[in-house]
Ligand binder design. Structure first.
Ligand code: MRU
Length: 349
């Protein structure tokens, strides 16, 4: 029996092949793989969080170009444009999605002619390149971030930022996994992450896969434990980082940052440079996804009065001055403010 974990995203075959996504809405109780053969199904899988996490959304969407080109006229280029627009509308906050779509647009624009087979081969190559790049980025994040962890630490993390959220080993969780592989003993507190429970369902699943000691926390518990001195570091990922370092991540991140700052506990954001968005001056301009309120109420079943309506912002924004350091593939940026972000972008050019 093959004991290797099923990857979150896999492309099988050449341009006529298929995209296989591990259906994260079913985890951890069912290991089901979705076979994606058209752009509409891919957009739905992103919208419904079958594939989720900023880097994973970007990588999965990158395969949308090749899927679009196998569909019928008008013209391959028009079909591609329609498909990229559809994917762009699937989720608004993670900027990795828009980076991936721009890469496809640029690659297609650099090719002459209208031959669908040539375009499809090039776009599949672009998607595969992006996929590999994300794997490498994750490995670097893990290496840099692990240096911030010491043997015996208790760390808190929010949402899911591991292999399920990326094409590689993860972002924030990659630091924890790498430190664990280096022999550091850690206790990880994983926030359940309401309403869709990415922490409870996915992070605890990944921590168990890796054999790391973990405890599930209700979302409201973290700030109190931070102020009680029970946690030595907070590690989170990011969906979009504005030019001044303000960072959007899963709703519930901000209270942890505020409490960590008050408690004097380091608060680390771990993200590849593909999550930076220098076109936005600050966090107020980051588009925050509002999801259906039913996602909040349905989890409570008949324990809320019939007809209860919920607000359901999927992300919040942590101001840059609450972030102790930003870990990227370039290393650890200890002043993740406007100048720090500019220096990071310059170092990547
Ligand atoms: O709604 P999700 O599950 O896509 O939200 C994911 C997060 O907020 C992650 O923390 C973020 O994308 C970083 S993932 C490596």
């Amino acid at each position: 029996m093959d004991a290797r974990p099923i990857p979150a995203i896999r492309w099988e075959g050449g341009p006529e092949g298929r995209l296989l996504l591990l259906d994260q809405t079913k985890l951890p109780s069912k290991l089901e793989v979705l076979e994606i053969r058209d752009v509409e199904s891919l957009a739905r899988a992103i919208r419904e969080l079958a594939v989720r996490g900023a880097p994973a959304i970007g990588v999965a969407a990158a395969y949308g170009g090749v899927l679009a080109l196998r569909e019928s006229p008008p013209s391959p280029r028009e079909r591609l444009e329609e498909a990229l627009d559809l994917l762009a509308a699937s989720r608004p906050t993670a900027v990795n999605l828009f980076h991936a779509l721009s890469r496809l647009r640029r690659r297609a624009a650099a090719l002459p002619g209208e031959d669908p087979a040539t375009l499809a081969a090039a776009l599949l190559d672009e998607a595969r390149t992006l996929h590999r790049e994300d794997e490498d980025l994750c490995a670097s994040l893990g290496r840099h971030g692990a240096t911030l962890l010491e043997d015996g630490m208790t760390v808190l993390t929010h949402c899911n930022t591991g292999r399920l959220a990326t094409a590689g080993v993860g972002t924030a969780l990659a630091c924890i996994l790498t430190a664990h592989r280096e022999g550091k003993r850690l206790l990880v507190y994983a926030d359940e992450t309401r309403p869709l429970l990415q922490g409870a369902r996915l992070t605890l699943f990944e921590l168990a896969e890796a054999g790391i000691e973990a405890r599930l926390l209700v979302d409201g518990a973290g700030p109190g434990l931070l102020l009680a001195g029970e946690i030595q570091a907070v590690f989170v990922g990011a969906d979009r980082i504005a030019a001044n370092g303000d960072t959007a991540n899963k709703v519930g991140t901000l209270p942890l940052a505020l409490a960590a700052s008050r408690a004097g506990v380091p608060f680390y954001v771990v993200a590849p440079s593909t999550t930076l968005d220098p076109s936005l001056p600050d966090g107020r301009s980051i588009p925050i996804e509002e999801r259906d309120g039913d996602e909040v109420t349905s989890l409570l079943g008949d324990r809320v009065p019939p007809g209860t309506r919920a607000r359901n912002p999927a992300f919040d924004v942590t101001p840059a001055d609450l972030i102790t350091a930003l870990v990227t593939e370039h290393g650890i940026c200890r002043s993740p403010d406007r100048d720090g972000i500019k220096a990071l972008l310059d170092s990547g050019r």
